[in-house]
Every structure is written in structure tokens, then in C-alpha cells.
Design a binder for this molecule. Structure first.
Ligand code: CUO
Length: 694
């Protein structure tokens, strides 16, 4: 059972069912203080409600009477059965209004009452999005953990074919005799389609949950105090750059070349994608994109959107020009330099585009409308009354190969800016007196410098998203990539005669390119994936310190139990430790920390550096322990500055100094590289016992 304030989360379950139907496994009922709370369509049944659910009620959640009801007329313009598109300005404006409505009430009780009032009136997708953003950002709901979205809208995450079976199970079988419904790894395509080789990455539920949660924590439009976060534009660049690096790494493991960026919006797109996802709530399936689809100017009256491909091209050219000039023009017509420190942040907000964009008229809305354009080649003018494809929704976009071609393009713009910045001289890389001596990674199964991956089954509960079915769990059994946990052992010498503090930065990249040749540094630096980052103290005596660090401690990941946490199995109060949970739904899933590797063993280079804390430290950051800091590298820390003063991606975010062509040449004494390999074993492990889930 959920405690006090967490009960507001019952509003997120089974979003198409009316608010007066009991919620959660235990049948929680919101006690409506008056029939005014019921949406118009339920007014006629109002008098029967008290008795209808009377016997099914275990928890009663009192709802406060409101003096005035919120004006929902604008958000209600989106139909209940429509799909909600965050990248569409019209939908976003409505969602922003709804977020404001949830942020405004001064007390928790008022906010909960407003949320109850709104629930059956507005579109369920928009409702869940707006309420989630508000709960994440209101001071009085700190520490309430949001349920993972795959529980609320499972249809956005798993094969649509499973839902009929799930309904059958919940209607026909008792809870004890229900079997997990197997979701095969290969349901969206066959091996005839080359791109399918990396479908296990694109369609991984954990990865898609991370992406959704990241965009919840960093909305590009919402009340200003929510959007304005420290280095927000830069983190947009970095988190998506890392996704790109990870995907390319994964492709190389699967004998696929790196993604080619989408350079032309006018040529047919060879990659087709058939998502096979239903949108249960919207009673429509996500439309596919056929191979060779051609993008068209968008003019969709009902979505209130009209733009041309030429608009995107114009914004692109203006942004590229600004990058090459090293300055942008703000709304007052003033010149603002794209400096080494702040340029990337300005550019991130312009390009995404968030409401912090320095000049939306001039630089437009390139990335967001690109998503929308790519989501609609099948019905650009809405003549078929079709909704958008998976690219229109951050919950589903990463499933589609075109996501990575689009983000390869946006990343190219960021890298163009980075190439204009000075290289790091050795003085900005070294840590005087600190010398790396040895680096190895150890797995129990494979020994030294070999990591191991395999398939693992995981069960996730679909039942909270299955509207209008009997209660009780219905598990879907996912098949996901997993790796054996490993340990880094790093030996460091401190010759400075004083105790020193530094930041350990761990990265991994492929050693060879598509042709099997050693990578040049200028290519390899863009493929380095961050595995971990943490602060360490190095004693003066004895001089040598051996650092041991577990893969499960990674600063980019969150544990399995946080990605797929079970809301009701983990009752919680407002404690500090659980405060961690919410913001912490954001974070790369631990099971995807390293790429798949290959059966022969995929050769990689593990890189570790220790940088001097004096250039890393950020004033006012109280530490990265607890408080949702588990995945600080990708998600920051709630209500704090980004905990690392260096540019995100340091030391690989710049072209190298003159004379550096290889990783070896790049190294300063405080850095070290070891050759490691990732061995993929084609075995499938059964679901781990709950207590062992990491
Ligand atoms: Cu995360 Cu394009 O920003 O999806």
C-alpha cells in the first residue's frame, strides 16, 4: 500500500479507466467531495457510484473540495483518444498549461484535488506527462517515486500482440496460474533487414524508459523555473551524443558501419521501420514507415501545425553559419559569443529547441520539428486521419533507426562547434605528480580484461496499464542484453608528497574501425562511452593506491530495480534515501552498461584518467551521494548544479592537440589505457530472483 502523499500516484494507473474506479492492486478509491469532480460523461451514473465499488475498496483517499475549479478548456482541446506528441508545439502548449495548473496550488491537498478533477477530462497521455513533470518538480512531492512508464502505458514498450493474451490471462486465469507472456527479442523484423541486428538495443525497454525520463526531467517547454536548469543545453548535447556513441559501438560489434547522418531531408529514406506497437489508450497502432519513404512539407490542421522542409533547412543553415562565425544573435539583435565555456549550452537550447533558445525566430525549432517531420511521411496533411509514428514521442523514438540518423545530424552540428574550440594543451589534461601504473578489469567468469555479455530474461508487470481488466499481476517476460558484473582495478602513484584528490573518469571505445584497422584518435574520441566517474583521494604515503570499483557503481546507470521499480512493492515515505528514487528514474539502465561485444571477443580500449579536483569542483554541490545522484553524468542532480565543472565529455570533447593521431599519443601520465575485450555468450539466463536484481 502506498503511504500518504504517494497515493496521488494512483492517478497514474490505468489511465483510461475513470477516476472513480478503484486503483492499484489493493483497490484504492479517491473519495470525491462532490459530483462536480466527475467528467460530464459520468454525471448520469453519479448516484450509483457509492455502492458500486463499495465492497472492492481497501484504501480511501480523501480529496479536498475545491473553491474554484481549474480552467481546463485549453488542455481539453486534445481529444481523449488522440495520441499526444511532445514535439508538436500545439500539444506542448496544452501540456505546459496543464503543468502550470498542477504547479500552481499552494498545498499538496489542493494539487491532488486539481489532479483528480482533471484526470477524466484531459487526454490520458498528456495527463500522465504533465502530472509527472509537476510531481518531479513540486517541493511538496519530493521523494515520491514515479512508477515506470512501461507500467502505465505498456503498449508503448512491448509488442502489441501480447495484449490480447494479457487480457485473456487476467480474465480467464487466476493470479496463481498466470504465466509470464514471452516477448521475443525478434518481433519487429527479420534478419533480411540489416538494421535489425541492433534492434535489441533500440527496442530495449530500459533504454526507452531512460529516454522518456530524461525528457521529463529536462522538458524543453514548461514553466520557466522547471526548464531552467544548470547547463541544460549542454546536457541535451552530451546525453544524446553518448547515446549516439553507444549505438555506433553496438553497431560495430554487430558488423554494421557507423550511422550515416541524415544530410538530406529530400531524398527517400532507405530504412523502414514497423514498430508493431499499439497505442491501447488511443485505440490506434503506431504507423510504420516504409522503406524509401519521402518526407513532405507538413500541414496538419487539427494539429495546428504547418511548416516546410525548407524551414528546417533555413534554420540548419543559420545555425551552421552562427557556429562558424562563433556567435549568435539574440532576440534584441545583439551579438552573443559562442564561448568555450558557455557556447555549447547556448547551442543546445537553440538546436533542441527549448524555450531558453536565445532567438527562436531566427534559429527556429530544428530538432523537435525534425522529429515530427520524420514521424509523418505517411500522412503529412492528415488526409488519412493518421497519427504520428514512433519518432513523434520520446517514449518510443529510440526504437526507430531513423532516430540515430537524425541525432547523428544534430550531433554533427554540436561537433562542428566543438571543432572550433581550442584543443586541450597537456596542461589542461595532466595532474601534476600523479602517475597511472596499471589498469585491469576483472570478471569472475572470464578473468582478467575480458567482459562477458549474454541474454537475460526479465519480468515486468503489465497489469497497471491494462485498463478495464480484472486486478492482479500479468507479467511480460522480456529478453534483454545483460553482462556479468566486473571490477576495475586501477593502480596509481602519488609523487606529490601531499594527499591529493581527483576525479576518476572511465571510458570505453572500440579498438578497430569497420575495416578492422586501428582507430584514429579523431574518430575514436567520438565513440568513447562514459562508464563511470567518481572522486578519489590519493594518499601521500604509501605512494601507491589501488582503486577498486564495481561496474554496478557506475555514475551513468541506475539499477534494474530503479528502471523497473515496482511501485507498490516498495512503499515509501518522504525519506531522503527515497528522495533519490524519483529523479533517479532517469539514468542509463545498468543491464546496458556495455555493448554486446562478439562471440570471438570484441577488442576494445578501456581508458582511465584522474583529473585534478581543483578544476573539477563545483561550488555549492554538496556531493553526489544519495539524492538521485546515481546517474549524475547523464541526468545531473536534482536542485543542484551539474557536479563536474569540466565540459561534458572531457577529455574527448575536443580535437586533439597537434601531433596526436592515436590514443597512445594523447595520453599524459595521469591517463592509462588497457586492451580489453567483450565476449558475447549466446545463452539466455532465466529471470533473476527479485532480491538479486541489479
Ligand atoms: Cu531525446 Cu531527439 O531528443 O529525442
Amino acid at each position: 500500500m502506498l503511504s500518504d502523499r504517494s497515493r496521488v500516484l494512483y492517478l497514474l494507473g490505468r489511465p483510461a479507466e475513470p477516476v472513480f474506479v478503484p486503483k492499484g492492486d489493493r483497490g484504492a478509491v479517491f473519495e470525491l467531495p462532490s459530483n462536480d469532480f466527475l467528467a460530464d460523461r459520468f454525471q448520469s451514473v453519479a448516484d450509483n457510484l457509492g455502492t458500486r465499488f463499495g465492497e472492492d475498496v481497501n484504501v480511501r483517499v480523501p480529496v479536498k473540495q475545491l473553491d474554484t475549479y481549474p480552467d481546463l478548456s485549453f488542455p481539453m482541446q486534445l481529444g481523449r483518444r488522440a495520441n499526444f506528441c511532445l514535439f508538436l508545439p500545439y500539444h506542448r502548449d496544452m501540456a505546459t498549461r496543464l503543468i502550470e495548473i498542477f504547479m500552481q496550488p499552494a498545498s499538496f491537498e489542493d494539487m491532488q484535488a486539481v489532479a483528480v478533477y482533471a484526470r477524466d477530462r484531459v487526454n490520458p497521455f498528456m495527463y500522465v506527462y504533465a502530472l509527472s513533470v509537476a510531481l518531479l518538480h513540486r517541493p511538496d512531492t519530493r521523494g515520491i517515486q514515479l512508477p515506470p512508464l512501461n507500467e502505465i502505458f505498456p503498449a508503448k514498450f512491448v509488442d502489441g500482440g501480447v495484449f490480447d493474451m494479457a487480457r485473456e490471462q487476467s480474465n480467464v486465469r487466476t493470479e496463481e496460474t498466470r504465466m509470464p507472456l514471452e516477448i521475443p527479442r525478434d518481433y519487429t523484423a527479420s534478419d533480411l533487414e540489416e538494421e535489425h541486428r541492433v534492434a535489441y538495443f533500440r527496442e530495449d525497454v530500459g533504454i526507452n524508459l531512460h529516454h522518456w525520463h530524461w525528457h521529463l526531467v529536462f522538458p524543453f517547454q514548461a514553466p520557466l523555473n522547471i526548464v531552467r536548469k544548470d547547463r541544460r543545453g549542454e546536457i541535451f548535447y552530451y546525453m544524446h551524443q553518448q547515446i549516439q556513441a553507444r549505438y555506433n559501438f553496438e553497431r560495430l560489434c554487430n558488423r554494421l558501419g557507423r550511422v550515416t547522418r541524415l544530410t538530406s531531408l529530400r531524398e527517400p529514406i532507405p530504412e523502414g521501420y514497423f514498430p508493431k506497437l499499439d497505442t491501447l489508450v488511443a485505440s490506434r497502432v503506431y504507423p510504420p514507415r516504409f522503406s524509401g519513404a519521402v518526407l513532405k512539407d507538413i500541414n496538419r490542421e487539427a494539429d495546428q501545425i504547418r511548416f516546410d522542409i525548407a524551414d528546417l533547412e533555413r534554420w540548419r543553415d543559420r545555425i551552421i553559419e552562427a557556429i562558424h562565425l562563433g556567435r549568435v544573435i539574440n532576440q534584441k539583435g545583439e551579438v552573443v559569443e559562442l564561448t568555450e565555456e558557455g557556447g555549447i549550452d547556448i547551442l543546445g537550447d537553440i538546436l533542441e529547441a527549448s524555450i531558453l533558445s536565445i532567438n527562436p525566430n531566427l534559429y527556429g525549432n530544428l530538432h523537435n520539428l525534425g522529429h515530427f517531420l520524420l514521424a509523418l511521411p505517411h500522412d503529412p496533411d492528415q488526409r488519412h486521419l493518421e497519427s504520428f509514428g514512433v519518432m513523434g514521442d520520446p517514449t518510443t523514438a529510440m526504437r526507430d533507426p531513423i532516430f540515430y540518423r537524425w541525432h547523428a545530424f544534430t550531433d554533427y552540428l554540436f561537433q562542428t562547434h566543438k571543432r572550433t574550440l581550442p584543443s586541450y594543451p597537456t596542461s589542461r589534461l595532466e595532474f601534476q605528480g600523479i602517475r597511472m601504473m596499471d589498469l585491469e578489469v576483472i570478471t569472475k567468469e572470464r578473468g582478467k580484461n575480458e567482459m562477458m555479455t549474454f541474454w537475460q530474461q526479465n519480468d515486468v508487470d503489465l497489469s497497471r496499464g491494462l485498463d478495464f481488466t480484472p486486478r492482479g499481476t500479468v507479467f511480460a517476460r522480456l529478453n534483454q542484453l545483460q553482462h556479468a558484473p566486473f571490477t576495475y582495478k586501477i593502480k596509481v602513484e602519488n609523487n606529490s608528497n601531499t594527499q591529493r584528490t581527483g576525479t576518476v573518469r572511465i571510458f570505453l571505445a572500440p579498438k578497430f574501425d569497420e575495416r578492422g584497422l586501428p582507430m584514429l584518435f579523431r574518430d575514436q574520441r567520438l565513440l568513447f562511452i562514459e562508464l563511470d566517474k567518481f572522486v578519489i583521494t590519493l594518499r601521500a604515503s604509501p605512494k601507491i593506491t589501488t582503486i577498486t570499483r564495481e561496474s554496478t557503481q557506475s555514475s551513468i546507470t541506475i539499477p534494474f530495480s530503479s528502471t523497473f521499480r515496482d511501485l507498490e512493492a516498495r512503499p515509501n515515505g518522504m525519506t531522503d534515501a527515497l528522495e533519490a528514487f524519483n529523479y533517479c528514474g532517469c539514468g542509463w539502465p545498468q543491464h546496458m552498461l556495455i555493448p554486446k561485444g562478439s562471440a570471438e571477443g570484441f577488442p576494445c580500449q578501456l581508458f582511465v584518467m584522474i583529473s585534478d579536483i581543483k578544476d573539477d569542483r563545483v561550488e555549492g554541490v554538496t556531493g553526489t551521494n544519495g539524492a538521485c545522484a546515481e546517474s549524475a553524468s547523464f541526468c545531473g542532480i536534482r536542485d543542484q548544479k551539474f557536479p563536474d565543472a569540466r565540459p561534458m565529455g572531457y577529455p574527448f570533447d575536443r580535437v586533439p592537440r597537434t601531433g596526436v593521431d592515436t590514443l597512445q599519443q594523447f595520453l599524459t601520465p595521469n591517463m592509462i589505457v588497457s586492451d580489453v575485450c567483450i565476449v558475447f555468450c549466446d545463452i539466455t539466463e532465466p529471470p533473476p530472483p527479485v532480491s538479486n536484481m541489479v
